[in-house]
Design a protein around this ligand. Structure first.
Ligand SMILES: [Zn+2]
Ligand SMILES: [Zn+2]
Length: 352
C-alpha cells in the first residue's frame, strides 16, 4: 500500500465510491493458490477451433485470397481494435473524455465488430480488473501466469470473488447510456450483422472475393488476431516490463505491447492514472490511439479530455515508483527518457 496515497485527488472514473486505496491491492483479497477453477470445455474446444480457423485464414490470406481482401481484414482489425481501446477502454470504462452521440455510435459499432462481449460486460470486467488488480477478484489475475491472464480466464469458471465483487461495480453511467443498453439488448443480431455479414459482404460484392476466403481471412483470422492483441494487455503488460510509477502494481510499462496494441502497453502509468486519456505519460509515443483521440478533439467529435499534471506524475514516481526506470543523470541534469530536463526544484522537494 502506498503511504500518503490519499493525498492524491482521484478524478471521477465512473465509480462514485472509488478512492486510491480501493484501486490498490485490497488486503482481504489475494491469490488463493489452492483454488482450482473448473475448466469450461465448450469454451476450450471453441477457442481451439477458432485458433485453427485463424491459422488457416492466415494461410489463405498469404496464398489464395486477393491482396485487397487482406488489406480490408487489417482495416477491420484496426477499426474494431479502436472500438475497444478508444470506445470500451478510454471512453466508457475510464471516462477519460466525453464524446458526441455520433462518435459514441461509431465506437459502439466498432466495439461490436471486435466480438469481446457487449460494452456493458466489457466495462464491468475492466473496472473490476482495475479495482482488484492481480487478485482473485480480477477476472484475469496475472498472478496466475501468462496463459491464464491471456486467455485461460475465458476457458474456466469465474472465481467466486469475481462474481461477488463484480456486483459492487457502479455501472449507473453505462445504464444511463442509450447506445450501451441498446447494444447490450441486441448484441447477438448486431454481432452477426456488423462482425460477420457486412465485413464479409464487402470483399464479396466490391471486388469479387469468394465467400470462403472472405470468411476465413476477414472473419476468423481477423477476429482471433484482434483477441490475442487485446489479451496481451492483460498478460504481457502485467508481467514483463518496468514499474516507474507504482511498484505495488503488477502492471508494467511495455513498449512491445504498446507497439502491438497501438498505445495500450504503458500499463503501469495507466493503472496509476487510469483517468488519463493518453494512457501513458508521453502521449503519442507508440500510441496511435492517443493521436487519433487528439485528432477527434480537433474536429470536435470528442471533448473534455482528462490528463495528469506533470508534477503529480513526478510526485507519484518518487513516492511509489522507481525513478531509475524513466530518468537518468546527464551533464549534471536529471532528464527523462524523452530528454526533457526535470525541474531541479521539484527534484529537491521530492527527494527531501
Ligand atoms: Zn484501464
Ligand atoms: Zn491492467
Amino acid at each position: 500500500m502506498a503511504p500518503n496515497s490519499k493525498d492524491i485527488p482521484i478524478p471521477d472514473q465512473g465509480n462514485k465510491n472509488v478512492n486510491l486505496n480501493e484501486i490498490k491491492l485490497p488486503a482481504d483479497i489475494g491469490t488463493d493458490w489452492e483454488f482450482k477453477r473448473p475448466w469450461v470445455w465448450k469454451n476450450i474446444i471453441g477457442f481451439i477451433l477458432l485458433h485453427l480457423a485463424c491459422i488457416y485464414g492466415i494461410y489463405r490470406a498469404i496464398y489464395y485470397a486477393k491482396s485487397i481482401t487482406s488489406i480490408w481484414a487489417l482495416l477491420v482489425l484496426f477499426g474494431s481494435g479502436e472500438g475497444v481501446t478508444i470506445g470500451g477502454h478510454r471512453l466508457y470504462a475510464h471516462k477519460a473524455f466525453k464524446a458526441k452521440f455520433l462518435t459514441r455510435l461509431a465506437l459502439i459499432l466498432l466495439h461490436t465488430v471486435a466480438g469481446q462481449n457487449c460494452m456493458y460486460i466489457w466495462v464491468r470486467d475492466h473496472r473490476l480488473h482495475h479495482k482488484y488488480s492481480d487478485t482473485d477478484a480480477d477476472p484475469h489475475n496475472a498472478n496466475r501466469g501468462f496463459f491464464f491472464s491471456h486467455m485461460g480466464w475465458l476457458m474456466s469458471r469465474k472465481h467466486p470473488a469475481v462474481i461477488e465483487k463484480g456486483k459492487t461495480i457502479d455501472m449507473s453511467d453505462l445504464e444511463a447510456d442509450f447506445l450501451v443498453m441498446f447494444q447490450k439488448f441486441f448484441y447477438k443480431p448486431m454481432y452477426v450483422l456488423f462482425a460477420l455479414a457486412i465485413p464479409i459482404a464487402v470483399p464479396v460484392y466490391l471486388w469479387n472475393e469468394n465467400y470462403y476466403d472472405a470468411l476465413f481471412v476477414v472473419y476468423f483470422a481477423r477476429y482471433i488476431l484482434t483477441l490475442n492483441i487485446t489479451w496481451l494487455v492483460n498478460s504481457a503488460a502485467h508481467l514483463y516490463g518496468t514499474k516507474p510509477y507504482d511498484k505495488n502494481f503488477g502492471a508494467v510499462e511495455s513498449w512491445f505491447v504498446s507497439f502491438a496494441t497501438v498505445g495500450e502497453g504503458w500499463h503501469n502509468y495507466h493503472h496509476a492514472f487510469p483517468w488519463d486519456y493518453r494512457a501513458g505519460e508521453y502521449g503519442t509515443h507508440y500510441s496511435l490511439t492517443t493521436f487519433i483521440i487528439d485528432l477527434l478533439e480537433k474536429f470536435g467529435f470528442v471533448y473534455d479530455l482528462k490528463t495528469t499534471p506533470g508534477n503529480m506524475i513526478e510526485q507519484r514516481v518518487y513516492r511509489t515508483g522507481d525513478p531509475s526506470c524513466k530518468e537518468k543523470v546527464q551533464d549534471g541534469k536529471i532528464i527523462d527518457i524523452n530528454g526533457n530536463e526535470i525541474d531541479p526544484k521539484l527534484q529537491l522537494k521530492l527527494k527531501g
